[in-house]
Write a protein that binds this ligand. Structure first.
Ligand code: PLP
Length: 350
């Protein structure tokens, strides 16, 4: 629920708001709300397939990409059960916590491997070891870029692992922030699916970030047709509601909005990087719509003080300490945040 009194810089939403074209498409679709959303779903799948150059049967729509995460876990849990094997998920920590929450809910053991202390990147040796030491099925949940750090990982290292992994290693590559990535070394897992790098790779993406449709709950998975068919069995029927589907199509067709959305976030990132440089606070090289930056003093106190000043910032992300995750809102919102941050510096709070 939105709290209008507070600046919401805590959930990596896109505070530019939905595009006018998405709002119009939703309004125009309301008359068809009594029908199942087969046609708009099919149109959306077709649009996504064209954009990525994959076949329509390589796409599974989700009620947000988090539904794709849940279904992948359930699919592999069931597969392991049928084959009489063990199943575990291996994740770096901190990372986006939804996969862990679903795993806990359905009783899948989770092995957590801390990020490296030098650069907050994935500890590939330890991640790989956790999977290699397990003779059941392992699901590696990897966000690239990661949340909360906002950084991308080594393309060559990840690609080498995915392409050489044994048959019992599955990869769920979460690319929620794909469109924000500007680092030329990055390769999208969608290209790897297309190249047939691994038939154990599922890539997910969302309309919640650049497309500003978090509340409409639209996401998707891309993989080989057989994996998609298996995972589809665990997705809810007719998911991606009518409004979400038409809003997603309208946004994808709205090149002007998409460019504005990216420009907006890039401008906000620049503003925040400048002030953090001025204040001598370190930050990680964000490739997302949020930035993970140093704060001085106790993190919980910082979060509480920000809230007292009308700003919700990111929560704690153990085991990392001394850093806060700030969502990059509109430049106006960033200007308001910067004012408060400078005030905190005057008070010696950061
Ligand atoms: N994946 C990552 C890495 C995220 O950071 C988020 C949201 O913060 C999501 C997925 C949520 O996706 P959706 O809104 O599509 O369920």
């Amino acid at each position: 629920m939105q709290n209008n009194k507070c600046l919401e810089l805590n959930a990596n939403e896109n505070s530019l708001g939905m595009s006018a074209s998405a709002k119009q498409a939703i309004t125009d679709s309301l008359g068809a709300g009594f029908r199942y959303p087969d046609n708009p779903r099919a149109a959306l799948i077709s649009k996504i397939a064209t954009i990525h150059g994959v076949a329509e049967n390589q796409i599974s729509l989700g009620n947000g990409s988090t539904e794709n995460i849940r279904a992948t876990l359930q699919m592999l849990q069931y597969k392991a059960l049928k084959e009489g094997r063990q199943f575990q998920m291996v994740i770096p920590v901190p990372t986006f916590d939804c996969a862990e929450m679903y795993a806990n809910a359905i009783g899948v053991p989770v092995v957590k491997i801390p990020l490296t202390t030098e650069n907050y990147d994935y500890d590939f040796d330890e991640l790989q070891k956790a999977a290699d030491d397990f003779d059941g099925i392992s699901l590696l949940y990897i966000c690239n870029p990661n949340n909360p750090t906002g950084i991308i990982t080594s393309t060559s290292r990840l690609k080498a692992w995915v392409s050489n992994a044994p048959d019992n290693h599955y990869f769920l590559l979460d690319q929620a922030y794909l469109e924000y990535v500007s680092d030329a070394s990055f390769e999208s897992g969608i290209e790897w699916v297309k190249q047939g790098l691994s038939d154990k790779l599922i890539v997910i993406h969302t309309f919640s970030k650049l497309c500003a449709l978090a509340g409409m709950r639209v996401g998707y998975a891309i993989s080989n047709p057989q994996a998609i068919e298996t995972v589809e069995a665990f997705m809810s029927m007719d998911n991606t509601n009518l409004s979400g589907a038409v809003a997603a199509i309208a946004t994808l067709n709205d090149a002007e909005f998409l460019a504005l959305s990216l420009r907006n976030t890039n401008q906000s990132r620049q503003m925040i990087e400048t002030v953090l440089d001025d204040l001598g606070l370190r930050y990680l090289p964000s490739q997302t719509n949020f930035i993970f930056h140093e704060i001085k003093g106790d993190l919980k106190t910082y979060i509480d003080r920000m809230r007292d000043h009308g700003i919700k910032v990111g929560r704690e992300f153990p085991p990392v300490t001394g850093f806060n995750r700030l969502t990059l809102g509109t430049p106006d919102e960033m200007a308001a945040f910067i004012k408060v941050l400078k005030l905190f510096r005057e008070k010696d709070w950061v």
